[in-house]
Structure formats: structure tokens, C-alpha cells
Design a protein around this ligand. Structure first.
Ligand code: SF4
Length: 454
């Protein structure tokens, strides 16, 4: 290890976008000659990539920081970094609150970590939260998997959902060029990746900020997310294509048609609905009604009857009555989702709804959350039963840590599946990783399956 080489430890909170950002920051630290360590107590550089989607997520970073601040007293050369959405949201205030920090950097500065660390090395305390154009990064992310990879296609969000902090902390939409996206996917295929997940806070907005004719569309022809799917679909070596997160306001019949047509696009859609009541959806500024949402689901099921559907839902939005909450329960029950990520409304600093009257009590919120989770688990269990006895294609991603005789992977519909290898169990991981195997499903639980290798 050269004198300059250091050990680094990254803690990531929050969504896939944050996880993908952490992979890129790890790649930059590797590029600088540093090495990752699982043990934070061994680290010379500690980076917290934070989430501020809800208050409890935000508070987590302060509890983690506590221990490192004590270490810093013993080791002044310890480098402490807070990145991500809390860094962007708090900025200068975070440095005042925790003056021991060396670097506070927002999500738009991820690709500049090396420059920022250079400034820290010259003794500065650095704050990087100004609006920035996200340059394409040349360094290779240190990815969590060798089989499936996240590929950012659009950063930021131009929507104004009244409960959401994302536009304030991740900035305006910035679409990557289709050519850069395709290059990254070709590089991944060359490295042996079999599956990619295209990422965006509002992926349906892809291309709105790009000049017309990005992939040779006619004059005035702006590229859309559907165009991008066709543009990257034929990359050899990639077997499965997934994407998240969709927005019901922009989810088009053309996209549904494309997903049904393009064989590599998996039959799983993540489309947050947030509430089943139109007045609440209006107050949230979501830009659609529950009727429109239901039509999208119907269109998907017409072309892909077995498609998996997942969503996000918020309970206890300011002013939400019992009757309006009942609409959310009704929509969940009518549609029968495979998974719904549920959360109680959490007022976020700077967002419109946080200032509103008629905030719902915590007791009411947790009661509604419990009732919704009960229904969601029930539906997930019912939905899982359809796999029993069926032949399912599983892309193997790793060994089951709890059951070494099993490998773990997912169906095309994104259901986690543990695969009994039987007599072939003695083969090592390298033999199985990235293999697509046929199985018969023998067990179905609410959120996972067990399959027997055929
Ligand atoms: S679409 Fe709405 S909820 Fe989603 S990131 Fe943008 S502002 Fe937030």
C-alpha cells in the first residue's frame, strides 16, 4: 500500500439512486489508489451517503457520526464526509452543527469526489452543494454485483410533488446522452453483466431536456424513454432490462407496447400511486387521478397478464380523512400488488405540505400504516401463489447466505427466488453466477419463492 493509499468505508442510506452514487464514489476512491474496508474502525476515510426522504432517515446520519467524531479527536487525519440528500438539504448548517466534518457534498458533485478530496488534502473544509452539471464520469463504479448493474439515465426531478424533498436536493432533470448510456451498457456486457436496471427518479421524463434528434429522430423529435429502450435493447450479452421509477402522469401506452414487444424488458413495473383518493392526489400535485392509474394497470395487464406490479404509498398526508384513506385501501385491494412500499407522511423542510394545517396525528398515521401493511402483505401472499408448481427462469446472482446449498436470484417478474441445486450443489459459485436456470417453484412466501433446479 503506497504512503498515500488509505482505507475507506462508505455507509449508504436510502434509494437505488444513492446506492448507485455510492458505487461511483467507491470507484473514484479505488481510482485514487485507496482500498475499501468493511470495518469502519479501520477506515481513514469515512463517507456517509445520506437520505432525507423522511425525518427518521435524516436523523440516522447524526447517530452514526457520533462515534466517528470521537475517533476524530484521537485521529485528526481521519477524513469525514457527508454526501447525498441531507448534505444538500443542510449544506452550511451541517458544517456549523458538525464542524469536525471535512467535506459536505451534494448528489450533483458525486463525480467530482477526487477534486473535492484534493481540496481537503490541502487543508480546506469543503462545501459542495451549488447547482452543478453532472459530467459523465470516466471512473468505473465499484458495483455491488457482478451479474446485475444499475445504470443512471436521468438525474434529478422537475416535478413538484408537495411532500417531496427530491427536487430540492437532487436538482433539475439532467438526462444522460443515449450514446453514453449505450456505451456504459456495452461495457457492462463486456464485463459479463447479464442484467441492467435503468434508473431515474422520474424515468418517464427521460430526454425532455435533451436537444431534438439525439438518436436521429426527425426535427423536433425529442427522444423519450421508450425510444431509449429500443436504442439499447440489442446490446449483446445483456439478457434482462429493468427500469425504475415510473410516474403515472407520463406512463404512456407506447411504453407499455414497447415493454410487451421487447423480449429483454422484464415484466415488472414500479409505478408509485401514493394515494387512492383524487383530492389527496391533487393536494400532492401528482397530476393524475386514481382512475387514470387504474387504466394504466389495465393496459399493462391486457398486454402482459402476468406482469408484477409494485408501488409506493403514503398514509396520513395532511388533511387525509378516514374516508380518503379507505380509497387507498380500496385501490390496493382492487389492483392486488406484488409489493407496495408504504410510509407514513413525514413533513420535509422546505416542502409545501410541511407548512399545511390539518397535519394527521402520529397515532392516526401508525394505525393507518398498520392496516395498509396488513392488506399489502395479504395481497403479496395471494399474488405469490400463482408461481407454485410453475416453471420459472431464474437469473442467479449469488449464494443464499442462510442456506449454502441454495443459490439466490430473481424471476423476470422480480420475485426473489432461492434455488435448490440438488446434486449439482457442489459446483462453485463461479459456475452458477450469472447463469439463467430453469426451475420448478415448490414454495411461495409473500415476498420470496423457492425453486427446484430442473
Ligand atoms: S416525481 Fe414527485 S415524488 Fe418522485 S422524486 Fe419527483 S417530486 Fe419526488
Amino acid at each position: 500500500m503506497t504512503a498515500a493509499a488509505k482505507k475507506y468505508h462508505i455507509v449508504t442510506f436510502g434509494c437505488q439512486m444513492n446506492k448507485a452514487d455510492s458505487e461511483r464514489m467507491a470507484g473514484i476512491l479505488d481510482h485514487l489508489g485507496h482500498q475499501p474496508t468493511e470495518d469502519v474502525e479501520q477506515a481513514d476515510i469515512v463517507l456517509y451517503n445520506t437520505c432525507s426522504i423522511r425525518d427518521n432517515a435524516e436523523q440516522k446520519v447524526y447517530s452514526y457520526l457520533g462515534r466517528q467524531l470521537r475517533r476524530k479527536q484521537e485521529r485528526p487525519d481521519l477524513t469525514l464526509i457527508v454526501a447525498g440528500c441531507v448534505a444538500q438539504q443542510e449544506g452550511e448548517a451541517l458544517l456549523r452543527r458538525v464542524p469536525e466534518l471535512d467535506l459536505v457534498m451534494g448528489p450533483q458533485h458525486v463525480n467530482r469526489l477526487d477534486d473535492l478530496l484534493e481540496q481537503v488534502a490541502q487543508g480546506s473544509q469543503v462545501l459542495a452543494v451549488d447547482t452543478a452539471y453532472i459530467e459523465e464520469d470516466i471512473t468505473k463504479p465499484r458495483r455491488h454485483s457482478t451479474v446485475t448493474a444499475w445504470v443512471n439515465v436521468i438525474y434529478g426531478c422537475n416535478e413538484n410533488c408537495t411532500y417531496c424533498i427530491v427536487p430540492y436536493v437532487r436538482g433539475r432533470e439532467q438526462s444522460r446522452s443515449p450514446q453514453h448510456i449505450r456505451q456504459e451498457i456495452e461495457h457492462l456486457a463486456h464485463q459479463g453483466y447479464r442484467e441492467i436496471t435503468l434508473l431515474g427518479q422520474n424515468i418517464d421524463a427521460y430526454g425532455r431536456d435533451l436537444p431534438p434528434g439525439s438518436i436521429g429522430q426527425g426535427i423536433g423529435g425529442k427522444i423519450t424513454f421508450t425510444d431509449l429502450l429500443y436504442f439499447i435493447h440489442d446490446v449483446p450479452g445483456i439478457e434482462r432490462i429493468r427500469f425504475a421509477t415510473s410516474h403515472p402522469r407520463y406512463f404512456s401506452p407506447r411504453l407499455i407496447q414497447a415493454c410487451a414487444e421487447l423480449p429483454k424488458v422484464c415484466e415488472h413495473f414500479h409505478i408509485p400511486f401514493q394515494s387512492g383518493d383524487n383530492d389527496i392526489l391533487k393536494a400532492m400535485a401528482r397530476g393524475y387521478t386514481h382512475q387514470r392509474y387504474r387504466r394504466i394497470i389495465d393496459q399493462i395487464r391486457q398486454l402482459m397478464p402476468d406482469a408484477a406490479l409494485s408501488a409506493d404509498a403514503i398514509v396520513g398526508f395532511p388533511g387525509e380523512t378516514e374516508a380518503q384513506f379507505a380509497q387507498t385501501l380500496q385501490l390496493v385491494d382492487d389492483i392486488g400488488f406484488d409489493i407496495v412500499n408504504t410510509a407514513a407522511y413525514s413533513p420535509r423542510p422546505g416542502t409545501p405540505a410541511a407548512q399545511w394545517e390539518h397535519q394527521v396525528s402520529d397515532a392516526e398515521k401508525s394505525d393507518r400504516l398498520q392496516r395498509l401493511n396488513h392488506l399489502v402483505n395479504q395481497n403479496a401472499m395471494e399474488r405469490s401463489q400463482r408461481y407454485l408448481g410453475r416453471r420459472e427462469e431464474i437469473l442467479l446472482e449469488g449464494r443464499n447466505p442462510k442456506q449454502p446449498a441454495q443459490m439466490m436470484g430473481r424471476t423476470r417478474t422480480n420475485r426473489i427466488t432461492f434455488v435448490d441445486l440438488g446434486a449439482q450443489g457442489s459446483q462453485d459459485d463461479a459456475h452458477w453466477m450469472g447463469e439463467t436456470v430453469q426451475t420448478t417453484i415448490t414454495e411461495a412466501r409473500a415476498f420470496s419463492l423457492t425453486g427446484q433446479l430442473l
